[in-house]
Structure formats: C-alpha cells, structure tokens
Design a protein around this ligand. Structure first.
Ligand code: HEM
Length: 156
C-alpha cells in the first residue's frame, strides 16, 4: 500500500519535473534546514554558504548555477528513480542502500541528517504536487525516508 502511494506520487512528480528540477529543490531545502550539510559536498568550496537563500520558493542563483550542485541534483534523483522502481523487492533496495550508506558515512553524512532529508523530501513533494500530496502521501514518504535512514545508517 505505502509502496503504491510512493510509486504513484513519484511518477506524478517525474511527469512534470526534470531530475535536475526535483534534485535542486530537494537539496536547496535540505541546505536551508541545515546548512552544515552543504559543507560535505566538494562543490561547496566554490559556493559561499552566506549567500544561501532561506526562501525555498526563490531559486538561489549562485547555487542553482553551480555545475557541481546541478550534477548532484540529477544523480540523487536518478538514484531515487532506481529505488522507487525496485521498491517491490526490498532485498534489492537494501543491497543498493547499504553500499550507498557506507559511502555517505565517508562523506560525513550522519544519522540525524537523514531525518532532515525526510522533512525536505516531504516538503518538496508537497510544494510541487500541492493538493495531490495529502496525509496518505506524507505518511508513505515518511515511511520510505525511515527505510532509507535505517538501511543507509546500518553501519553507524
Ligand atoms: C541525508 C542526506 C544526504 C546528504 C547530505 C548527501 C550527501 C552526499 C555527498 C556529500 C556526496 C558526495 C558528493 C561529492 O563528492 O561532492 C553524495 C553522493 C551521492 N549521493 Fe548523497 N546525500 C544524502 C542522501 C542521499 C540519498 C538518500 C541518496 C539516494 C537514495 C543519495 C545518493 C547519492 C549518490 C548516488 C551519490 C553519488 C556517489 C555515490 O554513489 O557514492 N544521497 N551524497
């Protein structure tokens, strides 16, 4: 049930927004919620954290023109595409997420960062899908965020 809700809302947003658009929206939101996360990224050396716009709805020109940020935005959404595609096979998802989690530990990503990611993910989907993103969708995406967090931080 939750898998179906997540899958259909993901298809809904992917039909109207590019990987780059979704990824930038998601990570801009994440950086506003916790700017420390910006410092984990190699591209942050070319971006001034003080220039970060705190308004989710206003694109941050300097950030949104950063090639490294745009590249990550696409990569992370492609990774979510794969995850959603394989949601029916949690064993396969666990395999992908375990490896990804081990690498993220090396990038400096902590267990608390995954809670913030859940908040940013739900906030971004709601902002984009508006009336189509209700309680059922929020509950299902929070469930998926919990799964991502549990598996990616297994080695903490
Ligand atoms: C908790 C929030 C997260 C943070 C702060 C974060 C941060 C990072 C960082 C710092 C890198 C390395 C980029 C660089 O070298 O500059 C990275 C790479 C990557 N991230 Fe994330 N990440 C998060 C969540 C996720 C999630 C949930 C997924 C997928 C479901 C994901 C997928 C990827 C992929 C595919 C890469 C490319 C490199 C690799 O495969 O290791 N990330 N991430």
């Amino acid at each position: 049930m939750k898998v179906d809700v997540v899958t259909s809302s993901w298809h809904e947003i992917r039909a109207v927004a590019s990987a780059e658009a979704i990824g930038t929206m998601l990570f801009h939101r994440l950086f506003v919620l916790d700017p420390v996360m910006l410092s984990y990224f190699r591209f942050s050396s070319t971006f001034d954290v003080n220039a970060l716009s705190i308004d989710f709805s206003t694109p941050n020109k300097e950030l949104f023109e950063n090639v490294g940020f745009l590249e990550y935005a696409r990569i992370v959404v492609w990774a979510i595409d794969m995850l959603v595609k394989d949601l029916g096979d949690l064993g396969k998802c666990a395999e992908i997420l375990t490896d990804l989690g081990a690498r993220h530990k090396e990038y400096g990503v902590t267990i608390l960062n995954y809670d913030t990611l859940g908040v940013a993910l739900v906030g971004s989907l709601r902002a984009e899908l508006k009336g189509k993103f209700g309680e059922r969708e929020e509950e299902s995406w929070m469930w998926l965020s919990g799964v991502i967090k549990a598996i990616m931080t297994k080695t903490e």
